[in-house]
Design a protein around this ligand. Structure first.
Ligand code: SAH
Length: 472
C-alpha cells in the first residue's frame, strides 16, 4: 500500500534579511503544499511557493496569540496525514527558542517523517549586522544563548559566573532587560561590561543601542526599543565602533515601496534591500500563462511589425515559438516594445527592438490581460498571459503596507501606477500625505502625476537616475 503520510520540514527562515535563508530552506518552500509561518519569518520568502500552496499565518503578535501551540501541532499533523508536504517556517533557526523539539516530538509520536533545516539564528546575525563578532581571539572564546523570558530554568541564580560564555546573547529579553543586567552585576560582572541591544536586526529598520550593564535598560527605554530585539553582552560589543557596516549603507533606513506590475522578481526591490533600505515590492501578483495556438505562431511569420507589452510576453511567446520548431529568422522584421525592461529582455535574446510609447494600428500587439477585466477579442492582439492579485497575499500585503512608515513609492512603469491604485482600494489602505514618489522615465512620471502622485522624492529619484539598480 502506498504510504499516504506526508512530510514535514521545519525550516529556519533566518533573522529577517531575505538573503539569509538557506538554499535548502528555499527549495523546501518551492516544493511545499502548505506553509505555516510565524510572525518573525519574513513573509516575502513565501513568494517562491507554488501558486496553489496554502499559506497559514500562525505568528504570535506581541500580546495576542494568533494560534495556540497545541493547535499548531494539530494542524501540522492533520495536514501531514492528508499526504501534504508541509513546511513549518520559523524565524531564525527552528531549534533556537523555536520549539522545534515539541513540534517534532508530536510528529514522531504519529510516525510522521520530518526533517529540520537549520537557519541563521538571530543572535549571531544581529551581532554581525551590528558589527559585533560573537567570538574574537582577543575578546571572547565562547558564547551563551539565553532566553530573556523569566522561567525557573533561566534564572542566573541557578548558574554560577563561569557557566556563562564570554559573550551572552539574550533572546526575547527587552521587557526583563533591567532585571537580567542587575542579576549579572550581582553575580560578579563588572559595571563596565558592554551591552548592545539590536532591534529588527538585519532589516533596514535595524536600530542599535549601546550601553553598559548599569545603563542599558534606561537607554533602551528612552529609545523605545521593542521586540524583536537581541541583547548582546560582552567585550566584543566594543568592536562595533570600528566594525559597524550595515548601518552605513547608502539607503539604510529609507522606506521604499516599489509599485509592481508583474509577478516576477523586482530588481529594484533587490537593489534597495542590498543598499539597506526597508523595501517591499507591492502588490503581490500572480501570472497565468495562456496556451498560444499554432495558428498564431504560423501567422507571426507573415507579420511585418509586432510590439511587446511586457518582458513576460517575450518569454512566453518565444518559448512557444521555438518549441514548435520555428526559427528566430521567422519572427516579424520590426520588433517594438513599451518599456526599457522589455527592451533589455529582447536584447538578451539577441533581438534589437525600438521602444515606443503608443503602438500603431499596423502592429501585432503581444499583450496580457488583467483577470478581472474581460479580454477583448481583437484580431491583432495576442494575449500571452493574465495577471491578477494573489489572494494568498492579501493580508500579508495589507500588513506590510500598514506596518511600515513608507516614505517613497517608486513607479517603474505606467501599468505599475494602475496596479498600485487598484491595490490600495483592494487593501483599503490610504497613503500618508507626506509620502513622496519617484519614477522611471519621463512618461511614467507624467502619467503618475496625472493620477495624483505629485510630490517627487528627489533623493530616491536621483538614485534611480544614477542607474546603478539596473545591474543589481
Ligand atoms: N528561532 C529564533 C528565535 C525565536 S525567539 C532564532 O533562532 O533567531 C524570538 C526572539 O528572537 C525575539 O524576541 C528576539 O529576541 C529574537 N529575534 C528574532 N529575530 C530578530 C531580529 N530580526 N532582530 C532582533 N532580534 C530578533
Amino acid at each position: 500500500m502506498k504510504d499516504v503520510k506526508g512530510f514535514v520540514s521545519f525550516v529556519g527562515a533566518g533573522p529577517g534579511d531575505l538573503g539569509l535563508i538557506t538554499e535548502k530552506g528555499s527549495s523546501c518552500l518551492r516544493d511545499a503544499d502548505v506553509v505555516l509561518f510565524d510572525r518573525l519569518a519574513n513573509p516575502r520568502l513565501l513568494r517562491v511557493t507554488k501558486e496553489n500552496c496554502q499559506l497559514i499565518y500562525c505568528g504570535k503578535l506581541p500580546d495576542r496569540h494568533v494560534m495556540r501551540q497545541e493547535k499548531i501541532n494539530e494542524t501540522i499533523i492533520e495536514l501531514a496525514l492528508m499526504g501534504k508536504r508541509v513546511v513549518r517556517l520559523k524565524g531564525g533557526d527552528p531549534a533556537v527558542f523555536g520549539r522545534v523539539g515539541e513540534e517534532a516530538e508530536a510528529l514522531q509520536k504519529q510516525g510522521i517523517d520530518y526533517d529540520i533545516v537549520p537557519g541563521v539564528t538571530s543572535s549571531i546575525a544581529a551581532a554581525s549586522y551590528a558589527g559585533i563578532p560573537v567570538t574574537h581571539r582577543d575578546h571572547s572564546a565562547s558564547i551563551t544563548l539565553r532566553t530573556g523570558h523569566s522561567s525557573q530554568k533561566n534564572s542566573v541564580e541557578n548558574h554560577n559566573r563561569y557557566e556563562h560564555g564570554d559573550t551572552i546573547a539574550y533572546y526575547m529579553g527587552v521587557k526583563n532587560l533591567g532585571h537580567h543586567c542587575q542579576e549579572l552585576l550581582e553575580n560578579g560582572f563588572s559595571p563596565e561590561t558592554q551591552v548592545a541591544v539590536i532591534e529588527w536586526a538585519t532589516t533596514g529598520k535595524q536600530r542599535t543601542v549601546e550601553g553598559t550593564l548599569p545603563t542599558i535598560a534606561s537607554k533602551v527605554a528612552i529609545n523605545r526599543i521593542e521586540n524583536p530585539a537581541m541583547t548582546i553582552i560582552g567585550d566584543v560589543v566594543g568592536l562595533r565602533k570600528k566594525l559597524k557596516w550595515f548601518e552605513k549603507k547608502k539607503m539604510f533606513g529609507k522606506r521604499v515601496l516599489i509599485a509592481k506590475a508583474s509577478s516576477g522578481e523586482s530588481k529594484l526591490e533587490r537593489y534597495f534591500l542590498d543598499q539597506g533600505a526597508v523595501t517591499y515590492a507591492y502588490p503581490t501578483l500572480k501570472q497565468r500563462n495562456k496556451l498560444i495556438s499554432s495558428e498564431w505562431l504560423k501567422r507571426l511569420q507573415s507579420v511585418e511589425k509586432m510590439v511587446f507589452f511586457s518582458p513576460e510576453s517575450v518569454h512566453i511567446l518565444f518559448e512557444a515559438f521555438f518549441s514548435e520548431g520555428y526559427d528566430i529568422r521567422e519572427l516579424p522584421r520590426s520588433i517594438f516594445c513599451l518599456s526599457e525592461k522589455t527592451k533589455r529582455v529582447l536584447k538578451k535574446a539577441g533581438i534589437r527592438s525600438e521602444k515606443i510609447t503608443e503602438p500603431t494600428v499596423d502592429m501585432i500587439r503581444i499583450g496580457y490581460g488583467k483577470n478581472k477585466e474581460p479580454i477583448v477579442k481583437d484580431a491583432n492582439l495576442l494575449v500571452t498571459h493574465t495577471l491578477d492579485f494573489d489572494p494568498r497575499f492579501t493580508e500579508i500585503d495589507q500588513r506590510l503596507l500598514e506596518e511600515e512608515l513608507w516614505e517613497t513609492v517608486i513607479f517603474p512603469s505606467k501599468s505599475s501606477v494602475d496596479w498600485f491604485l487598484d491595490a490600495l482600494i483592494l487593501h483599503g489602505v490610504k497613503l500618508k500625505k507626506e509620502i513622496g514618489f519617484a519614477y522611471i522615465g519621463e512618461s511614467v512620471k507624467e502619467y503618475a502625476k496625472s493620477k495624483g502622485f505629485q510630490h517627487t522624492n528627489e533623493e530616491i529619484q536621483q538614485e534611480l537616475e544614477a542607474g546603478k539598480w539596473k545591474s543589481s
